[in-house]
Design a protein. Structure first.
Length: 257
C-alpha cells in the first residue's frame, strides 16, 4: 500500500492510499476534493473508498464532490457520527475492520476531540515494516486535539489506546501543528533531551517548508506530553499525581498557549 500525503486548506493533510497493482485508491479525511482528484489523475487510479475519522468540515469537506465524481465510492465513518458525515454509508465501531487492496485496517474508537472520533490502524505485514495509524485530530505530532465534545478521562483512554500500539507505527495525523506543539512541550518539559533534539529537527524542516508528518509512535512516547500524563516530571510540573488531572491541566495550558 502506497501512502501519498496531500496538503489542503491552510494546514491540513489528506492521505491517499494507493494500490498500484489494481489501480485503486482510498482517501483518508478529504478536507477538499481538488487535491485528491489531481492525485488520482496523476496516479491513474480510481477512488473506491473514503475513510473519515470524524465529522468536522476540514475532514469531510470533499466528500460530496468526490462522491459525485465517483458514484460507486463507499464512505466510511464512526457509527456515532451518523447524520454528520456527508454521504456516509458504513457505520463503524470499535474492533470493526476495513479492507483496502490486500490490507486490513482495524477501527479504534477514540472519543475526546469529538464524541464519535475513530482511527484506522493498518498493522505491519512483516517484522521490518511499520504499522500505519490514521488518527485524525486525536493524536498530533507532539500534541493532541482539543476537547470539543469529550472529557479529559475519555481523551486519556483514547490516547492510551493509541500509545499501546507498537513503537514502529507511523502516525499520520491530519494537521501540520508539530512546531507549535513542541515549542509548548518544551516549556513544561525542558529537561527532556529527546524533545529538545526533536524540536531542533522540526525547526529545520519548517524553515525549509518541509512536512513533519508522519511521525513515529516511539518518538511520540518520548516527546509528546499528551502521551506522558504518567511522567513524574510532568506531574511535578502541574503539581498533581493523578494522570487525568495531569492531562487536563496540560490541555488547558496548551489551549492558552
Amino acid at each position: 500500500m502506497e501512502i501519498h500525503r496531500l496538503s489542503a486548506l491552510s494546514d491540513n493533510y489528506i492521505f491517499v492510499l494507493c494500490d498500484p497493482v489494481n489501480r485503486q485508491a482510498a482517501v483518508v479525511d478529504p478536507a477538499e476534493a481538488q487535491p485528491v482528484l489531481d492525485c488520482l489523475e496523476r496516479l491513474g487510479v480510481e477512488l473506491e473508498a473514503i475513510f473519515n475519522t470524524h465529522h468536522h468540515n476540514d475532514h469531510v469537506g470533499g466528500n460530496r464532490e468526490l462522491l459525485t465524481r465517483f458514484p460507486e465510492v463507499i464512505i466510511y465513518g464512526g457509527v456515532e457520527d451518523r447524520g454528520r458525515i456527508p454521504g456516509q454509508q458504513v457505520f463503524l465501531k470499535e474492533g470493526d475492520r476495513v479492507a483496502f487492496g490486500d490490507c486490513q485496517g482495524e477501527v479504534l474508537f477514540i472519543p475526546g476531540h469529538t464524541k464519535a472520533h475513530i482511527a484506522y490502524y493498518f498493522p505491519p505485514k512483516g517484522s521490518t515494516e511499520c504499522g500505519e495509524l490514521f488518527c485524525g485530530d486525536t493524536l498530533f505530532a507532539g500534541g493532541c486535539g482539543r476537547l470539543f465534545e469529550g472529557t479529559p478521562a475519555q481523551m486519556v483512554a483514547s490516547l492510551a489506546k493509541l500509545r499501546a500500539l507498537p513503537d514502529k507505527t507511523r502516525v499520520w495525523c491530519a494537521h501540520e501543528y508539530t512546531l507549535k506543539n513542541l515549542q509548548f512541550a518544551q516549556t513544561i518539559d525542558p529537561s527532556n533531551s529527546s524533545l529538545s533534539a526533536r524540536l531542533r529537527w522540526v525547526e529545520a524542516m519548517r524553515r525549509q517548508a518541509q512536512p513533519t508528518i508522519p511521525s513515529l509512535l516511539e518518538e511520540e512516547k518520548r516527546t509528546n506530553p499528551f502521551l506522558r500524563w504518567d511522567s513524574t516530571a510532568l506531574q511535578a510540573a502541574v503539581q498533581s499525581r493523578d494522570p487525568i488531572e495531569t492531562f487536563a491541566f496540560l490541555r488547558k495550558m496548551k489551549d492558552r498557549y
